[in-house]
Design a protein around this ligand. Structure first.
Ligand code: SF4
Ligand code: SF4
Length: 62
């Protein structure tokens, strides 16, 4: 399954990626973007494109 890989050192917890994911894959947990629903990710890349910190470093496909 694809899933975003988040650099938690860079993530500010702004929530933009959460708002831009149409598939409810991400949420903010303890002030960091967190994958909560890996199976729903379609690897569209929208979360990566919108992150102002470039904290979503890749979409990993298992
Ligand atoms: S958009 Fe980037 S900085 Fe903001 S919560 Fe998501 S991963 Fe973190
Ligand atoms: S790649 Fe697309 S579906 Fe997967 S978490 Fe990012 S915005 Fe959501």
């Amino acid at each position: 399954m694809p899933r975003p890989i988040i650099d938690t050192e860079e993530c500010t917890g702004c929530g933009i990626c959460v708002d831009n994911c149409d598939h409810d894959v991400l949420d903010i947990v303890q002030d960091k973007a967190t994958v909560i629903n890996e199976d729903a990710c379609i690897a569209c890349g929208d979360c990566m494109e919108e992150c102002p910190m470039a904290a979503i470093v890749e979409i990993e496909e298992d």
